[in-house]
Write a protein that binds this ligand. Structure first.
Ligand SMILES: *Cc1c(COP(=O)(O)O)cnc(C)c1O
Length: 388
């Protein structure tokens, strides 16, 4: 038989190739990718009629100025339209985001969602010798990014009451520590002073992933950027600015850290419409202040409901609640899975991390509109009724 590499590597189809072998591209994959388990995002169901409380999206539409800005961008004429590349550095948006947090343009970088920023940080600051540290639990994308990069990923148990184990982090010698603040998936919030303590004592970089800061009492850690050159404060417009569909996130840090991140960034990582939309959103402060406050009050009402029916939960500083369902005084993975299934059968989607023994007795419930939460509560009550 003639040796023909093209033929050998061509897709062999269901029945297998000539010699019965099924084509497997994984054999060609980089070592770090071969055994990689990809990140699994929450379900995005097709078709309407769902109460979607599973991916922590903002329950209200973005500021009306966002649509206006996108239309204006589309009608921008010859010098500003989709024919042309966007501003490579998202300059205007860097300036606006930096200003929003009392910083300067040189302190900001914009990403195609904050996942893009997290990816840049891993590529820039981690490799097989430069380890990444993070809390167990935290955002489950971090270890996936670390694995792609071939970087060691070290997990740290919480201190008492979810506190930051500062001493252990300092002694570990990791190069960069990813702090999800408020934490996900617990929704536990940290005081700025607690974050500051870590920045002060730790010699490495601290990436503060504050996707949920708009819903927290402590607010943004961006105020620490001027004082601590090892701080990289990352946020997204997906949660607090109702723009998950637009994909915009940022990092705020010392100029030199921004410079390193810029080195590994795609030249045109944020498209024209996203830049225009994000710029309009960040400027409409009063709109978001009002609606974030509304979400916080719906959150309090939902926590009260959980108190009433005897479900345990972590007091939330985010737009979601990690709740431990109980039936007849019993909780556990079976109970959580059962409620998850019941809710889904009534077209209410929440997040269930079935394979993680640390949280598989719990459900992560996004705080929706009061109307959505009413439907959720009614469904939970029906489930409780059916357990007796
Ligand atoms: C949602 C989320 C992100 C990702 O945000 P995108 O901008 O949508 O990529 C990052 N970190 C945490 C902790 C999140 O919850």
């Amino acid at each position: 038989m003639k040796k023909d590499r093209n033929k050998q590597s061509a897709p062999a189809g269901k029945a297998g190739g000539k010699n019965g072998k099924v084509f497997d591209a994984n054999l060609f994959a980089a070592e770090s990718v071969k055994s990689l388990k990809a990140y699994v995002p929450g379900e995005q169901p097709s078709g309407g009629g769902w109460v979607k409380l599973n991916t922590n999206e903002f329950p209200y539409p973005p500021s009306p100025r966002v649509a206006e800005a996108i239309i204006a961008e589309l009608k921008g004429g010859r010098d500003a339209n989709l024919r042309l590349y966007p501003n490579p550095e998202s300059r205007a948006l860097r300036r606006a985001v930096a200003e929003h947090f009392g910083l300067e343009e040189k302190n900001a970088i914009i990403g195609n969602g904050s996942d893009d920023i997290l990816n840049l940080a891993v590529r820039a600051f981690a490799d097989k010798n430069l380890r990444i540290g993070a809390m167990r639990l935290s955002y489950s994308l971090y270890p996936v990014l670390a694995n792609i990069q071939g970087a060691k990923y070290e997990e740290f148990d919480f201190g008492k009451n979810f506190s930051i184990p500062t001493r252990r982090i300092c002694e570990s010698g990791v190069n960069i520590f990813f702090l999800t603040s408020p934490n996900a998936p617990t929704a536990h919030g940290y005081e700025i002073s607690e974050v500051e303590k870590l920045l002060k004592s730790f010699k490495g970089l601290v990436l503060i992933d504050e996707a949920y800061a708009p819903f927290s009492k402590a607010g943004s850690a961006a105020c620490l950027v001027k004082k601590y050159k090892n701080a990289i404060v990352v946020c997204t417009m997906s949660k607090g600015w109702a723009l998950a569909g637009m994909r915009v996130g940022w990092a705020l840090a010392d100029e030199s850290a921004i410079g390193v991140l810029d080195k590994v960034r795609d030249s045109y990582n944020v498209d024209r419409l996203a830049q225009a939309a994000a710029l309009a959103a960040i400027k409409d402060k009063s709109y978001y202040r009002r609606l974030c406050a509304k979400i916080v009050s719906t959150r309090a009402a939902t926590e009260k409901f959980f108190d009433k029916i005897g479900f345990g939960y972590v007091p939330s500083s985010a737009n979601f609640i990690l709740v431990r369902p109980a039936a007849n005084g019993k909780s556990g993975a079976d109970v959580a899975a059962d409620l998850f299934g019941h809710l889904k059968s009534e077209k209410i989607l929440v997040r269930y991390f079935a394979s993680d023994p640390l949280v598989n007795d719990s459900l992560r419930v996004t705080v929706g509109t009061p109307e959505e939460m009413e439907k959720f509560k009614e469904s939970v009550k029906r489930w409780i009724g059916s357990q007796k």
